[in-house]
Ligand binder design. Sequence first.
Ligand code: PBG
Length: 337
Amino acid sequence: MTKFPEYRPRRMRATEGLRKLVRETTFSLDQLIMPYFVMDGNGLKEEIQSMPGQFRFSIDQLMHELEELDELGVQHILLFGIPNEKDAQASGAYDSNGVIQRASREIKKRFPKITLITDVCLCEYMSHGHCGVVEGEKILNDTTLVLLQKTALSHAEAGVDIVAPSDMMDGRIGAIRSVLDEHGFSELPILSYAAKYASSFYGPFRDAAGSSPQFGDRKSYQMDPANVEEALREIELDLEEGADLIMVKPALSYLDVIRAAKTKFHFPIAAYNVSGEYAMVKAAHAMGYLDEKKVVPEILTAISRAGARVILSYHAKEVARWARESGTPFLIKTYGK
Ligand code: PBG
């Protein structure tokens, strides 16, 4: 390689124009998915304490929110349901009149162009807060698959664009794929939370959804944070079972996993910038330690640089707003549709 003084790396950093010209990573709003919590009731918009700026919406209030989101140019959303009633069979998860199913029908009617992705999991609907059916202290794998199939099918029937299983039971992608195919939904994509770690960064989410396990933890089904080879096996299995998109979750502490997945598989990789990562930024910003308008684009760029094409982030909406207000150097501006 040419050395100093012939080569001066600073030459190509001198102006914003030159920096833009050689920028290796850019991303656009097209890649961002904004997560939302939807709950039963009417006229409700409750701020989530540990996630400032994020709310639990009743369906009617969510519609107002989506008008704003749509206007800002964020085109994809992920929906989590918070039911009024929980039980040991998670019946709210696959009820055709459940909160997600009603919200989905309404969203597809009012906002046909929004990509509607629904989280397929049982923990928000289970009285014990686990992602599967429980017997004693055990989480039963194969019994759970049947409920996940019913849940995914009910979302498909409500008109969603992508189902996203996040439970980490073995064999769920194949089970869901086959039930969708049997019922005429062979065109419906599956976004698999393939490499989902047993992470403490989900803390604020569990407050938001009231889905903390009542006993034990999720370590017998979610992955050990120390492992990367296992993540690649998980991803491989899910692709073989019919996943269309695969996800690494969380994102920030797992950038190496995103990169390893990107190198090995020729599929679009999604990464979930989770609730705890969001909460850290908000807390530091509130203390005056960091400027969120600067660190958030840097974080999203880092996740993208690691190899994620799709990023799920609670920052999606504000980033779109900031980009419109001032222009963010990291964002390609794709306003409107
Ligand atoms: C449901 C689910 C969780 C998250 C996404 N889907 C919680 C968990 O597994 O405990 C976490 C999302 C976040 O922290 O932002 N299983």
